[in-house]
Design a protein around this ligand. Structure first.
Ligand SMILES: [Zn+2]
Length: 643
């Protein structure tokens, strides 16, 4: 069997036609495969599964390719064509999972055949049947019609919610005198208007520095409140309808409520386990929260005598002060150690050594932009190519604004080479350490995609694991960007001096400050996400106030409606807890490594082979247990929290 070749991408001018042709050809082939399965399914169960997996591979790879180019291609028409493709792929996927005839092909497989399937194929059959029933394929016609209606309306509501959340930008004003404390580059970018005032929008680059640096509490408060008001009142009704429809959908396909439906395909498993997890974290964070809030309040009281609590409008400002005064971390000095070119090379060296890999630059291929660098991934001492990675790391017009890993091709042994892309927005010169951490994080997803893309089924390839586990490998890889020994291998300043270990220790301590109250604030968000879906409260504001009092380190700011712009209620629905869930597991995974030798090849090799390389072939809990030699637990996280 010849090994599969990487995808050949089109030249810029040919890209639009290429995308459209590839879309119509792939979708036509997918429909053909579906039609064959409906009308003349293979006689053996394993061949039915293979045909379905081939269809999934083609559909998923088209979706991945389109999702990538829609976010990175320099030509707008190409991006638009790719967005259309994404919509088409979604539509076909929904059609297929609601297709009764297709479902029957799987449901009617004779028991003597399905019982003889190997464990992985049996797992695939089980997941496939579940995908169908979760889509309501086995319900009567009226119910299925209603489900289609609900899905379409939910898509509209999701779009409306995120559009309003994104576009509702509020503006506050301040006099130049009120902006004492603001950095020079911020002030330069914000000249006074003809009324002698400076306009401050609620956009992140405007508002965040105000909340961190503006000495005037009235300005901080005005900007914070304006930010919390975005989306209000419009999104109140949007969200209520969204919660009601999600509940209806879940009950129509046989679940108690939306969180139960949503949690079934997650590591957490059951809806009712979510509030238990939230309360467990909240309890563990109680002591550390009080400890750090006291430090914050002490500093606050010097400016606000007699204060009993730190206001949410002042928290970031005082946190920044405490970090500077207590930990003496000068971010201007820190960044001199993080030159982009050295960090880039360091990332490849560190991860290559850790995972036993070799990255070979590929220079003779077409990409979508000259900034993109391409590497083929090999085993350190092996000749077989494992995959291809693309690094697209600097900002440009029309490009995705955040940092993420995109799948370009789903890997299946002997059929398709895994290819993944890092899309980030880093400076070409000196980097903030935060961004170095982000780079390691995103690379964790990329390497998971490649190493997990060597199996035999597309359904289990790469990061196709439970959604609440998928962040854990990346969160764990962040640890390597916080380790002085690791950093010193590449983080050197202009004169070649490596970053001092004591500076790294202070950076870490400064970063750790507030982890207890940060965890509580996260659990406040997680509680909104869960209880709003579980209860569908008639008065969202009132319920928010109760949850804030129960979980948040900060008192409710009168007259605000934060949920109206809490974007994760769209995509994460009742599952905002997942970030913290993954972090708990990341800390547990990391506890298996020797802090004095993060490169121990035995541990790293087992982690690579037992967790990353398995993709979704087992439940994440089992992968973690295979690596740790015991079930995952809470202790490593709890120990980190109180330290
Ligand atoms: Zn991530």
């Amino acid at each position: 069997m010849s090994s599969p070749q990487p995808l050949a991408l089109p030249e810029t001018d040919a890209a639009e036609t290429w995308v459209k042709e590839r879309t119509s050809q792939t979708l036509a082939h997918v429909r053909e495969l579906a039609q064959q399965l409906r009308t003349a399914p293979p006689s053996r169960a394993i061949d039915v599964l293979k045909a379905w997996d081939q269809l999934s591979l083609e559909l998923g790879s088209l979706g991945g390719l389109a999702g990538l180019l829609a976010n990175v291609h320099p030509v707008e028409a190409v991006r638009t064509a790719c967005e259309d493709t994404e919509v088409e792929v979604d539509r076909v996927r929904t059609e297929l999972t609601q297709d009764r005839t297709l479902y029957q092909v799987f449901a009617d497989l004779p028991a003597e055949q399905t019982e003889a399937l190997d464990p992985l194929a049996a797992r695939l059959l089980e997941k496939t049947l579940r995908d169908f029933t979760r889509a309501g394929v086995d319900r009567d016609d009226a119910t299925r019609a209603r489900l289609t209606e609900i899905n379409e309306r939910l898509t509209e509501l999701n779009l409306e919610f995120s559009r309003v959340t994104r576009d509702d930008v509020r503006i506050t004003t301040a006099t130049p005198e009120q902006l004492d404390g603001m950095p020079a580059d911020w002030l330069e970018a914000h000249p006074v208007n003809d009324k002698g005032l400076v306009e401050i929008t609620t956009d992140y680059p405007d508002a965040l520095p105000i909340r961190m640096f503006a000495k005037d509490p009235a300005v901080r408060r005005a900007v914070t409140v304006a930010g919390l008001e975005r989306g209000w009142p419009h999104n109140d009704a949007v969200l209520k309808e969204m919660f009601a429809l999600r509940h209806e959908l879940a009950t129509l396909v046989g679940y108690e409520d939306w969180p139960a439906f949503d949690a079934e395909v997650k590591m957490i498993g059951e809806g009712r386990a979510i509030p238990e997890f939230i309360d467990k974290i909240a309890g563990a964070a109680e002591g550390p929260m009080k400890r750090d809030l006291e430090v914050l309040l002490d500093r606050y009281e010097r400016d606000v005598p007699g204060a009993s609590a730190v206001s949410a409008a002042d928290a970031l400002y005082y946190e920044e002060l405490v970090r500077q005064e207590k930990y003496d971390v000068d971010s201007q000095v820190v960044r001199t150690f993080f030159d982009f070119a050295k960090v880039h090379q360091g990332l490849l060296d560190v991860t290559g050594r850790l995972f036993g890999l070799r990255y070979e630059p590929v220079t003779d291929v077409v990409t979508w932009h000259e900034d993109v660098s391409v590497f083929d991934v090999f085993q350190q001492d092996g000749g077989e190519r494992l995959g291809r990675i693309y690094l697209d790391l600097h900002p440009r017009e029309g490009k995705y604004k955040h940092a993420a890993q995109f799948d370009l091709a789903t890997g299946v042994k002997g059929r398709q080479l895994p290819e993944g892309v890092l899309v980030c927005n880093f400076s070409r010169g000196l980097m903030e350490h935060d961004h170095v951490v982000t780079l390691f994080h995103e690379f964790g997803h990329l390497i998971h995609h490649v190493l997990g893309g060597q199996g035999e089924w597309a359904r289990f390839s790469g990061v196709a694991t439970e959604w609440d586990f998928v962040e854990a490998p990346s969160q764990m890889l962040e640890e390597w960007a916080w380790d002085a020994d690791v950093l010193q291998t590449f983080a050197t300043n202009e004169t070649g001096e490596p970053i001092p270990a004591d500076l790294v220790a202070r950076m870490r301590a400064a970063d750790d400050f507030g982890k207890g109250y940060h965890a509580r604030q996260q659990m406040f968000y997680a509680a909104i996400s869960y209880w709003f879906h579980k209860e569908q409260p008639a008065d969202l504001t009132k319920r928010l106030q109760e949850l804030q009092a129960a979980y948040s380190p900060y008192p409710y700011l009168d007259g605000t409606h934060f949920f109206a712009n809490f974007g994760h209620l769209g995509g994460y629905s009742s599952g905002y807890y997942t970030y913290m869930w993954s972090l708990v597991i990341a800390k547990d995974l990391f506890s298996a490594f020797d802090p004095d030798d993060l490169f121990d090849p035995e541990v790293a090799g087992r982690y690579r082979d037992l967790v990353l390389a398995r993709g979704g072939e087992k439940d994440a809990a089992d992968l973690v247990a295979d690596f740790l030699g015991r079930p995952y637990g809470f202790d490593a996280y709890a120990a980190w929290l109180v330290a």
